[in-house]
Ligand binder design. Sequence first.
Ligand SMILES: C[S@@+](CC[C@H](N)C(=O)[O-])C[C@H]1O[C@@H](n2cnc3c(N)ncnc32)[C@H](O)[C@@H]1O
Length: 259
Amino acid sequence: MDKWYLQHVRTEIDFACALIKQIKNTSTKKMLSVILSRTVRSCRATTHADLATLKEPVTTTYYCSKHGKVCKPLFSILSWWERYSKDTLDRLCQFNKLRTDTYQTCLTGDSKVIDIFKELEDKNPALSKLVKNWKIKGIFSSPPYVGLIDYHDQHAYAYDLFGFERHDDLEIGHLLKGQGKEARNLYVDGISEVLANCKKFLADDYNIFLVANDKFNLYPTIAEKADMQIANQYKRPVLNRTERDKGAYSEIIFHLKAR
Ligand SMILES: C[S@@+](CC[C@H](N)C(=O)[O-])C[C@H]1O[C@@H](n2cnc3c(N)ncnc32)[C@H](O)[C@@H]1O
């Protein structure tokens, strides 16, 4: 991760980490960790145009194609730390007003093999009971695409910051595998395996919505392999991109149902 931070920024991040580690109150600790994670993401030594797909570390001023002027990498985390502290607190307060009496649980794992029922038993027994009784009605997901992004690299700061274990080899459509025929076949197998695994936990009349920029037209084969039908396709224009100079494009939301 070091190459993506200027020396002084790295020192400030280490200092903030050390301070957060000493905090005893779990909620405060979690909140500060979120703030630091957002800050660290914004303080990487990259150009504004390459925030999502890191290319080369940038250590000096550069002409910014996103803003049409000369920009510079960050030399201190302070301004972003202040900005995200306020923004994160605002969001938490807002969420607190809007939250309903429902369960939200985050399970992490390889979606090709994860046993959702078993994982829920440990993480949220009350929700686990409901899910086993009623099964899952739907999925809304934005899966990775073929050879576009290295997600582990894109979020290396978070693995480093939180000490998460890396699983690069499990990434479906990994950037390094490219977009050739073999990579596309692996992708089709990967996503259809995920859907087959999900079926174990889904009710008979499930609805699945998958957002994809399917330029290789792979989703009809994926649906076939998973024994599902594409009930509908909705076009979704992508206008507000992080990398604003890269132009708008459109994605499709595939609505899959049982055959
Ligand atoms: C297009 S992104 C969607 C991210 C997510 N919807 C979000 O908004 O943060 C695709 C995600 O799928 C993850 N992924 C790739 N292979 C996976 C696998 N085998 N199991 C679980 N997640 C995987 C990637 O790491 C990436 O985070």
